[in-house]
Ligand binder design. Structure first.
Ligand code: ADP
Length: 486
């Protein structure tokens, strides 16, 4: 078997059904790209409250399905839908687990039964294969919520008829979320105490479901080559660097792609005007409309560089180095637009800066897909100052929209942005290395200066717009990986 013809994705999010971050983009788009390469790929997701009631066409399978919950097998429902590109999606239904306002937390605290909720997902995914007679060549699990599935394949499901020869692939989208639980609750995973040791699911005395994925995978991937290197060291490995270094021969970095049809400035329905590399006129109209939408001072900012940012408002994303430079950014004549949701602390710090600079800093707290597109299109510069960034998608959207990325040189930001080179006039954006406000400010200053040189700036924009960050490139890399573990 040279090619993995049947692949099961297990994950906690996928666009267009449910999304809190980049994981959902990957789990929505990669299967479609694999399908285009001839793979029979299917996805298992929880049937969350936020999916039901949104009108996705689904049909119910009248099957008898049970999965491990707490200390025994309990009933689950099974619904089937489809991604827009035709990939079947199995929704695991269990209202006491998934019919809640949030995916992982109630807005403040993580749900106390996340171990049970996601153990149920992993068992459910494998039980769905058994019930439907789907025999995958590869089970591809994503992040800690799905990591247990790979340990289960090595344990209780090892002799199952549908998993003979099944290989296990685990993708880490973010080392910062490790699925850590009290060891006294191991029974909720359906695994026995024999797996609770350093070479199994134990991490620092706790159960780690991220580690389960790392340990029991035939191949581990993460979402950029640089992040694959970084997480083998203590600064980025977050305590799991030893386990990853130990398994380094099985660890691969594959850069994510972007959904090139949803993120296309020539066809984007969210924009007031469209544009492409040969005619950037529409981009100015997008900027003007964006300034208006956020109540910013268009008379001042239309002819000055506007910086955009779309982010979860969490420590990872570099807000602690951004906030100290906001006054200086405005003094440089620049404007800033931030769309984000997350920690109140970060909202407050941004809000205070915006209050000091009315008309120059525009903020929107919440999740808004349309505004995200308008910010990417209407900004001149796009800022991603992350402390760490496994891949990052927004800088790749920005490149496609002629919005020049300013990024910290880490993870996928390092891999997807090439530094502007004033001599050779190459590169696609600006990078800084030290995680420090001064380093960020100095590169913002450099970018702001170049912005006034229209010819050079447009060359820079066009080089970015010509980059190929499509999913088909990444999907071919995953297919090669699947073949290598057969
Ligand atoms: P992460 O997965 O760490 O959040 P990524 O850059 O990989 O970071 O992916 C974030 C995705 O979520 C992008 O598609 C981005 O456009 C989107 N996003 C993040 N915050 C918002 C928001 N507040 N409104 C709309 N889209 C958002």
């Amino acid at each position: 078997m040279a090619v993995a013809a049947r692949v099961l994705f297990v994950a906690s999010e996928a666009v267009p059904f449910v999304k809190t971050g980049g994981l959902a983009d990957v789990v929505g788009a990669l299967p479609e790209a694999l399908r285009a390469l001839g793979v029979d790929v299917r996805i298992v997701l929880p049937w969350y409250r936020s999916i039901r009631g949104r009108g996705f066409p689904v049909r119910r399978h009248e099957v008898s399905l049970e999965a491990w919950l707490g200390d025994r097998w309990q009933a689950a429902g099974l619904l089937e839908g489809m991604t827009p590109g035709g990939v079947p999606v199995y929704f695991l239904e269990r209202d006491d687990l998934y019919d809640r306002p949030g995916l992982y937390d109630d807005g403040r605290w993580e749900y106390g039964d996340n171990l049970e909720r996601f153990s149920f997902l992993c068992h459910g995914a494998l039980r769905i294969c058994e019930v439907l007679g789907f025999s995958p060549h590869v089970v591809h699990a994503h992040d800690w919520q799905a990591g247990l599935a790979l340990a289960l394949l090595d344990g209780p499901y090892r002799d199952s008829g549908v998993f003979q020869g099944t290989r296990r692939v685990f993708t880490i989208h973010n080392m910062g979320y490790q699925g850590l639980f009290d060891p006294g609750r191991l029974g909720a995973t359906g695994l026995g105490s024999e797996v609770f040791h350093y070479g199994g699911v134990e991490h620092g005395g706790a159960i780690s479901l991220l580690k389960a994925g790392i340990v029991y995978a035939d191949a581990i991937t993460t979402v950029s080559p640089t992040y694959a290197r970084e997480i083998q060291g203590s600064e980025y490995g977050m305590g799991l660097d030893g386990a990853l270094h130990y398994r380094r021969e099985r660890l691969h970095g594959i850069l994510n792609g972007i959904d090139a049809s949803a993120w296309d400035p020539a066809r984007d329905p969210h924009l007031p005007a469209r544009f492409h590399a040969d005619d950037l006129g529409g981009k100015r109209a997008c900027k003007e409309a964006l300034l208006g939408e956020l109540g910013l001072d268009a008379a001042h900012l239309l002819d000055r560089p506007l910086v955009g940012m779309i982010t979860r408002l969490v420590d990872q994303k570099g807000l602690d180095i951004l906030v100290p430079v906001l006054d200086a950014l405005v003094e440089l004549g620049m404007g800033l637009v931030v769309l984000g949701q997350g920690d109140e602390r970060h909202q407050r710090a941004l809000g205070e800066a915006a209050a000091r600079h009315p008309g120059r800093i525009g903020l929107r707290f919440g999740f808004d897909e349309g505004l995200a597109h308008r910010i990417v299109a209407g900004s001149d510069l796009f800022l991603v100052p992350s402390r760490y960034e496994p891949c990052g998608l927004t800088q790749m959207y920005a490149l496609r929209y002629g919005t020049v990325p300013v990024v910290r040189a880490t993870g996928g930001l390092e891999d997807s942005v090439r530094s502007y080179d004033p001599l050779g006039r190459g590169g696609t954006g600006f990078k800084f290395r030290a995680y420090h406000p001064d380093a960020l400010l100095s590169v913002l200053r450099e970018a702001a200066m170049l912005w006034w040189n229209r010819t050079r700036w447009q060359d820079l924009q066009r080089r970015g717009m010509a980059e190929d960050n499509s999913w088909s490139r990444s999907a071919r890399a995953y297919l090669g990986l699947y073949a290598s573990v057969q």
